[in-house]
Design a binder for this molecule. Structure first.
Ligand code: CMP
Length: 144
């Protein structure tokens, strides 16, 4: 039950064997994993996923980083999912992330910041649909 957010465990965190510890933090924080898969993005997929940043100076570097290895994409379900997940991951810049947050624990830099989290309900929907078909989503249904 509740709302959704979308996350990516980024290539650096996957390479450093942080998938398990990051999923533990996500489960401990009360999120239901409604969809999940490990994939290698192509450059065109990474570009279209991050197209809102296409005019930023860091865009090409970000795309290269995101295709540098496999990623784990997931849809997470919880009450207040977008905001609660952003609190759990911490600031985009790991030097500014609070102790105990996923980025404080696992991020190496602003670019290699361990995880992505949606910034709004609308983007959570768009990003989820970009990665997952209907038959790949398993939402928790509130029991009556
Ligand atoms: P994410 O939440 O995935 O959304 C966009 C990403 O762009 C962000 O995390 C960072 O990894 C990256 N990013 C944002 N700002 C910068 C920056 N100033 N320099 C390099 N990368 C950045």
């Amino acid at each position: 039950a509740g709302t959704i957010t979308f996350t990516i465990i980024k290539p650096g965190a996957v390479k450093n064997e942080h998938i398990g510890p990051i999923l533990d933090k996500i489960s401990d924080a009360g999120f239901h994993i409604a969809a999940m898969k490990m994939v290698q993005l192509s450059r065109s997929e990474a570009r279209s996923f991050y197209c809102i940043h296409k005019d930023k100076p860091f865009f090409e570097d970000l795309v290269e980083f995101m295709v540098s290895g496999p990623i784990v994409a997931a849809i997470l379900q919880k009450e207040n999912a977008v905001d609660d997940f952003r609190k759990l991951i911490g600031n985009t810049d790991p030097t500014k992330a609070e102790p105990g947050t996923i980025r404080h624990m696992f991020a190496k830099s602003v670019q290699a910041n361990a995880v992505h989290g949606s910034d709004s309900d609308e983007n959570a929907q768009k990003e989820s649909e970009y990665f997952f078909a209907g038959y790949e989503k398993f939402f928790e249904v509130k029991k009556t």
